[in-house]
Write a protein that binds this ligand. Structure first.
Ligand SMILES: NC(=O)c1ccc[n+]([C@@H]2O[C@H](COP(=O)([O-])OP(=O)(O)OC[C@H]3O[C@@H](n4cnc5c(N)ncnc54)[C@H](O)[C@@H]3O)[C@@H](O)[C@H]2O)c1
Length: 441
């Protein structure tokens, strides 16, 4: 197999299109495949059909190296490595669905049948353990009438990126996880990432099964850390003069713990993190084991929005306000900053819980207003900007740490107003009269 690989990417969504554009920008010839013709047309015009930081500029820049098509033959026959990045939505039992993946594998297998040279198929979609070497290998061998390991390779190579910083994360990973069935395939992938990444990352190479378990475990561990900080905060909330963020900052100084993802705030949300503990628990059940910690982390995280709502109600009670006369402004609705995505957003869950209780709410988010409107309807007032959101309020809540909320002018607020700053954006700001509170103190 020649060293100047050309790449095809199946599934040009939030992750796949960013990966395709990054590879193309680093000089690979990339052919992307999707079933969505609108996406294909946009990409071929040099436009981005996906809202992600820096993606529109990158697609314009790498236009000569990136083409999109619905044609699997075109993509597979004109590339030597195929990354599959289709969605693997969660099923009712928490495991990941293989529906899109299996369709893509079948099409790739049919194209492989027409090919003479070795081809590496890389699953980047998040899959349940045991998928690569059983389901994927079987479908590819059956559809291509060829043999894995001899005529083609199958590898698992997931990404650890966060929406809003997909391109930066893709180009600067802490490490690259490669699940390989043989050294040749792992070497090919290592070569591609050495040419693509900007930070000389470490490589963790192992069997596909270990990589599948490692991918889920990593997210389970991070979410456990987040949940630990939030559990601590829920205790500190009830202890006079205790401050969970002071405590977690100290814990983070210990090199065995580290300072990332250990701070009180809202629970984790979005389309990725909430799926992994549930999937891990489903995997454990399948093999007749129990992942009690993963189950508990998910349960505690689900309760986090309610805990914040209880705190809000306690604050309002202390102000002698109730659902009839309290005015609440919620700043932030997306599941995190720098994205319009509201899937499993804890900020949105807080708004919904309060709206269901009958509180009068004004909401604002720099990017997620349209998405939130689809869920919240007319149960809330939509502010024009952050200043408008806190006009005449009794209680303000910073629910998402958008940078622009750091510049909010609080000086005009009445001294009886309370600000619950879930992310400590404005802690220590001088010259404000209002009562300032955080999660965990
Ligand atoms: N988005 C993230 O932050 C993230 C992070 C890590 C891992 N992942 C994983 O990456 C995978 C993709 O996630 P995403 O967020 O990019 O999904 P997405 O829904 O944004 O994109 C999936 C794309 O695949 C296309 N598609 C579906 N079936 C297809 C087929 N048969 N052939 C070609 N294209 C097809 C869809 O049209 C869509 O454009 C998932 O398994 C996800 O768990 C995502």
């Amino acid at each position: 197999m020649k060293k100047d690989y050309s790449i095809s990417v199946i599934g040009l969504g939030k992750l796949g299109l960013c990966a395709a554009a990054c590879f193309a920008d680093k000089g690979f010839k990339v052919i992307g495949v999707d079933i969505d013709i609108n996406k294909i047309n946009k990409i071929n015009k040099g436009l981005s059909p996906v809202a992600e930081t820096g993606l529109a500029g990158l697609i314009k820049k790498c236009r000569n190296n990136l083409k999109a098509t619905p044609d699997y033959d075109l993509a597979v026959l004109n590339s030597s490595v195929t990354f599959i990045v289709v969605a693997t939505p969660s099923l009712a039992d928490g495991s990941f669905s293989n529906d899109y993946l299996e369709k893509a594998l079948h099409k790739i297998g049919e194209s492989l049948k027409k090919k003479k040279s070795y081809h590496l198929i890389v699953i980047t979609s998040t899959v349940m353990p045991q998928t690569t070497e059983t389901v994927a290998r079987f479908i590819l061998e059956r559809a291509s009438a060829k043999k894995a390991g001899r005529d083609f390779g199958v590898a698992y190579n997931p990404e650890f990126i966060a929406l809003g910083s997909v391109i930066r994360d893709f180009l600067n990973p802490d490490f690259i996880l490669i699940g390989e069935m043989n050294k040749r395939d792992g070497d090919i992938l290592e070569g591609i990432y050495k040419k693509t990444c900007e930070n000389n990352p470490r490589f963790a190479r192992m069997t596909p099964l270990n990589a599948e378990i490692a991918k889920i475990s990593l997210n389970c561990y991070i979410t456990t850390k987040i949940t630990f900080a939030n559990s601590l905060a829920s205790i500190c909330d009830k202890v006079k003069n205790a401050d969970a963020s002071v405590i977690t900052r100290a814990l983070g100084l210990d090199s065995r713990i580290g300072s990332k993802y250990i701070r009180p705030g809202l629970g984790y949300g979005g389309p990725c993190f909430p799926r992994d503990n549930v999937a891990f628990a489903a995997f454990a059940r399948k093999i007749e084991a129990r992942a009690k910690l993963a189950e508990m982390v998910d349960e505690v995280n689900r309760d986090q929005a309610l805990r914040v709502v209880n705190k809000i109600q306690d604050i309002l009670a202390a102000l002698h306000k109730n659902k009839k006369n309290a005015k609440i402004g919620i700043l932030g609705l997306s599941y995190k900053q720098n994205t319009p995505i509201i899937d499993d957003s804890q900020a949105l869950a807080i708004v919904q819980l309060l709206a269901n209780e009958g509180y009068s709410l004004t909401v604002y988010d720099p990017q997620a207003m349209e998405n939130a409107r689809g869920v919240l309807g007319d149960t809330v007032r939509y502010a024009k900007n952050s200043g408008d959101c806190i006009l005449g309020i009794d209680l303000g809540v910073i629910a998402v740490p958008w940078d622009e909320f750091r510049k909010i002018n609080l000086k005009k607020l009445d001294k009886n107003v309370v600000l619950l700053d879930c992310w400590e954006l404005l802690k220590g700001v001088k010259g404000i009269n209002i009562k300032y509170l955080g999660v965990g103190y």
